[in-house]
Design a protein. Structure first.
Length: 339
């Protein structure tokens, strides 16, 4: 029996074992088909579409189904429509999810695929985010049309970024540089770079890898030098809480280690009340039964950075995140994020 057949058989047995104790009615498996596809909601950027296609491919392979059994539905979100203002001025992370989550709640789509670094820590009532695909490279990439890395930029060079975290980290390391707003998807930012709007920018290595953009000149930045955003490089799949069929299907493609890492990182972010208006970095890594969590908060002008680095049992990852956040907030004081 093939692996796909084994997975389908396993899921069939799982679902047939879900019993409604009120009437002992057994639920039956109802896999999607080209005539009745499972609808996957996503933003319309090339990277978002690549992530949706990866999700579709994994589901199709897991259940030995044609890709036509999964329909990709593009939903326009406010964060993509408004490109002329910084995110902090128009609402933060929810701008990339609100319309997609509304479509999920009203049944227009069955699942939603997200870049986890864009996800608020709280989901709307009725929705769950508990499925993650294997995490990609978490590092930031320094991208410039000129040779060299960040250290090679001349004094006064212009660097474009829309990330408050990257802006603060850069100002901390190179206060001599000029920072300009750089909104847009990967392709838009690369175009702005070629037009001379800035000498350099930052992109996520994960996005470049998923788009197979091997021709883009990049220098990966070690996480010891530039801690990434919480959940950077991870794809999350959101669903309706009461959809047991979808829950069972997604369980087959869920990557447990990524889920454990993100549980710690997102607990850290939640305890900090993190948003696009707060410069925060965080990264959890697994080593057997041990989880290491590194976290940092920065003044928005880059003048001060507070960091922490701790380990715990993997099962204690979320509590480690909360404890670390409380410790950093106590050290920072109430005025820390004001400048």
């Amino acid at each position: 029996m093939s692996l796909a057949s084994q997975l389908r058989d396993l899921l069939s047995r799982q679902l047939s074992g879900l019993i409604d104790t009120s009437n002992t009615t057994r639920m039956t498996l109802n896999l999607p088909s080209p005539a009745n596809p499972l609808k996957i909601g996503t933003r319309g950027s090339p990277l978002a579409l690549a992530q949706a296609h990866e999700t579709r491919g994994r589901l199709a392979r897991a259940f030995d189904l044609p890709e036509e059994a999964f329909a990709i539905v593009v939903i326009k979100v406010t964060g993509d429509a408004v490109q002329d203002r910084p995110l902090k001025e128009i609402g933060g992370k929810g701008l990339f999810t609100r319309e997609i989550e509304e479509a999920l709640l009203d049944g227009s789509i069955d699942i939603a695929v997200h870049s986890m670094k864009d996800m608020p820590v709280d989901q709307p009532a009725g929705l769950l985010l508990d499925t993650y695909l294997p995490r990609e490279d978490v590092r930031d990439a320094f991208v410039s049309l000129s040779p060299g890395g960040l250290a090679d930029l001349a004094t006064g060079s212009v660097v474009g970024t829309s990330s408050l975290r990257r802006r603060s980290q850069l100002l901390h390391r190179r206060p001599d540089l000029q920072i300009v707003e750089f909104r847009g998807n990967v392709q838009t930012r690369l175009r702005k770079l070629s037009e001379g709007v800035a000498h350099a920018t930052f992109l996520a290595m994960a996005g470049l890898n998923r788009l197979d953009m091997t021709d883009v000149p990049r220098v990966p930045i070690p996480t010891d030098d530039m801690l990434p955003a919480v959940a950077q490089g991870a794809i999350g799949i959101e669903r309706r809480a009461d959809d047991s069929r979808v829950a069972a299907m997604l369980e087959v493609i869920h990557h447990g280690p990524t889920g454990l890492r993100l549980a710690a990182e997102r607990a850290f972010l939640a305890a900090l009340d993190g948003s696009c208006q707060t410069p925060i970095g965080g990264l959890a890594e697994l080593d057997g039964s041990t989880l290491r969590l590194r976290g940092e908060i920065l003044r928005t002008d880059g003048s001060e950075v507070l960091v922490d680095d701790a380990t715990a049992a993997v099962s204690d990852g979320p509590e480690l995140g909360r404890v670390m956040a409380r410790g950093l907030l106590q050290r920072a004081g109430p005025a820390f994020f004001g400048g």
